[in-house]
Design a protein around this ligand. Structure first.
Ligand SMILES: Cc1cc2nc3c(=O)[nH]c(=O)nc-3n(C[C@H](O)[C@H](O)[C@H](O)COP(=O)(O)OP(=O)(O)OC[C@H]3O[C@@H](n4cnc5c(N)ncnc54)[C@H](O)[C@@H]3O)c2cc1C
Length: 233
């Protein structure tokens, strides 16, 4: 079954134009035209391009009310985004485990990689950055519990920028540490890199989330705020 979101009333308020309907994939007129990959990977159920040609479904297949599609999508996005962030933290932890194991198991130029200062720096930075991001994820999750996803939207936007970049960065260092093996499917590093990268776009690109954080910050001190000179004695 697919959930199809489409415009049902082009003249309504922008947030009331869309509706969601359940469409069985074997309905006449539904055609999966192609299955593009994500960075070369077939991700979960895939991200197909689907054609809907005069497809008809019963009115009972409407999800919620007509014009409520945007609200349903928004309700799903807040909790959905933090879920992505939690998975990104877990993937970054896995990359770090692999970095530690590889650095101890592999000797190059006469000593284990773990004894190279530069490798220790990558490992230390990975741990520091994971803990920073984890705390922001925890704060955001706590806020969702305490005040709800809507009131926590700026924290959700912030963590949605932080964790994908964290994962891409750590996966990149881990791939470097693994040498050629890091690019293969023997280890999950290349897939984690891809995940971090597409997460910088899926569920809203970084730029849009930064825009939300910046707008909240710019509104924080009021429109007439001017910097006060520092009072030197
Ligand atoms: C792997 C993957 C899975 C996805 N899964 C889902 C899903 O399950 N459900 C779903 O509904 N969607 C899903 N998406 C779609 C995703 O939400 C959109 O791709 C994303 O919101 C960006 O929209 P767009 O692709 O139309 O790019 P555009 O809107 O064309 O944006 C392209 C670029 O323009 C820039 N840009 C856009 N807006 C602004 C702005 N306001 N300020 C500054 N720069 C801006 C950004 O750099 C952005 O990356 C998925 C995408 C990917 C890659």
């Amino acid at each position: 079954v697919s959930i199809v979101m489409g415009v049902t009333d082009p003249d309504a308020e922008p947030h009331r134009r869309q509706s969601m309907v359940l469409v069985p994939m074997d309905s006449p007129g539904v055609e999966v035209e192609r299955q593009p990959t994500v960075f070369g990977y077939q991700d979960r159920g895939g991200h197909p391009q689907i054609r809907f040609d005069d497809v008809r479904v019963p009115v009972a297949n409407l999800l919620g009310e007509q014009g409520g599609g945007f609200a349903i999508a928004q309700a799903r996005l807040g909790p959905g985004r933090i879920h992505h962030c939690m998975r990104a933290i877990g993937a970054a932890e896995r990359c770090l485990d692999l970095m530690v194991q590889r650095s101890q198991a592999r000797a190059a130029f006469g000593r284990p990689l773990s004894e190279q200062g530069v490798i220790q720096e990558w490992i230390a930075d990975a741990r520091i950055r994971i803990e920073q991001a984890r705390l922001l994820v925890l704060k955001t999750a706590w806020m969702i519990d305490e005040v709800g996803a809507k009131a926590a939207r700026i924290e959700i936007a912030a963590i949605k920028v932080v964790t994908p970049a964290l994962l891409t960065g750590i996966a990149d260092r881990a791939i470097q540490l693994f040498g050629a093996a890091g690019f293969t499917e023997d280890f999950p590093l290349a897939r984690f890199y891809s995940m971090g990268r597409w997460l910088q776009i899926a569920d809203g690109p970084d730029e849009v989330h930064r825009r939300s954080v910046a707008r909240a910050e710019l509104g924080r001190l009021g429109p007439g705020a001017v910097p006060e000179p520092f009072p030197f004695d």
